[in-house]
Design a protein around this ligand. Sequence first.
Ligand code: GDP
Length: 485
Amino acid sequence: PDDLSPSAQIDYDRLLGGLLIEGFDERSCRSRYQFARYHRNAARVPSPYLIERLRRQEALQKKCGPGTKSYNNAAKQLMSTQSINGISDCNYLFLTIHAGMGNRMLEITSAFLYALLTGRVLLVDRYKQIANTFCEPFPGTSWLIPSDFPLSYNEFTKHSPESYGNMLQENVIRGNTYRSLASARPPYAYLHLDGDYAFHDKLFYCEDDQQFLQGVPWLIMRTDMYFVPSLFLIPSFQDELSKLFPEKDTVFHHLGRYLLHPTNDIWYSATTYYRAYLAKADKVVGIQIRIFEKKGILQRNGPFPHVLEQILSCAQGEKLLPQIGVTDGAAAGNNRTIAVLGTSLSSWYSDQIRERYSEHRTVDGTMVKVYQPSHEEYQKKKNRKHNMKALAEIYLLSMSDVLITSGFSTFGYVAQGLAGLTPWIMYRPENHVVPEPPCGRAMSIEPCFHQAPYFDCRAKRDADLGKVVPYVRHCEDVSWGLKIV
Ligand code: GDP
């Protein structure tokens, strides 16, 4: 707001416009209150209603969280063979974790929104380096599932009889007639919402199914996606969602900044790098390079000359980076410096860009310096250092002034969402040819839901769900995906 005194403005920024509350120990998680220092204000203000609901969710997390009597009772109920009648105050959504960093951040945020909408406590897997990478988001409680959680949740697959899709398919809950029966519910249901999910699993996104699930005390969810766009298509959530997010395309921007705070060592490495190489530049151009070519396992990340040409043609064509002069005697220096922050599993692309800009001057005399924090060569999901680097780079990218991202990649979605920046998306090349155009401006700062369902629950047939409401459309980079605009 414009009417705050300078110190009140600093507090307002530090708490991200009220998303965060005072009272956490600053030293144990520096990133929580330092985010605003390293990010331009994207001028997206959270609604007072969202802030109120976050405070209510925090109270619920504390009241029902691990170690409470309510939690212990609920955990006991999990092992009961009887069906549940009536609901208690404490119902849970337990999210298991398996995917890469970008997917992980998207699924946690989606699960959190779903928990908020359905009055559930969100708990997350404690084993997949969550505590190493993210601080606890809720005051006075933990979001990590206790180690004595009674179910072997890692064994759930889409074939498990406990999966909601299978219960539907096997008529355990009698398809669509269950509502006319007594309100009996199983003590828990496993929601398989991974990319390989089947027709019955996807009925999760239907109104009737949501009504059924509302009475199930424990939901155990496995997903690797940003399923928020489909929540916007469920009628019973629509009013609440528009109150929470009057600006619809800010869901990830607000919830991601509310929920995800990298731990101190990750934050330290990101901010140290930023101050050493990027802070002094007049402009920071983040270029996120993710390659999904299938060309033999060793050559996965190239070097692919067409990808390099795509990056340069996007950056220069959109005037995000200056053209390189043909002769050395081109324009004299204008004292402007652009820092390029490249991120990629391979070092080749940044090296090439650096080389091109160092061989000749730019046409307007701007200096272009290219930096890349790491090149891990391939994805190593279980390696702690590797995951820490990935997260540090996501936050570094989000500190850029402009962003160029690779289509299909959740790594870039998260950076753009945290930053509140509308990126230029490089479309996926086919047959090793630079696409024309090489990139385009995204419609919004929101991530794309890749494997979105296409079933019209009311009409009971497939339909184009990118045309139901004006604010949920097909993504720029994934034509069958859905995103909020
Ligand atoms: P997506 O596969 O591009 O959607 O993104 P994910 O983050 O879900 O999975 C990719 C994983 O590969 C990351 O989490 C990292 O482990 C690794 N990775 C991909 N690109 C980069 C990069 O630019 N830098 C680093 N450090 N790791 C990367």
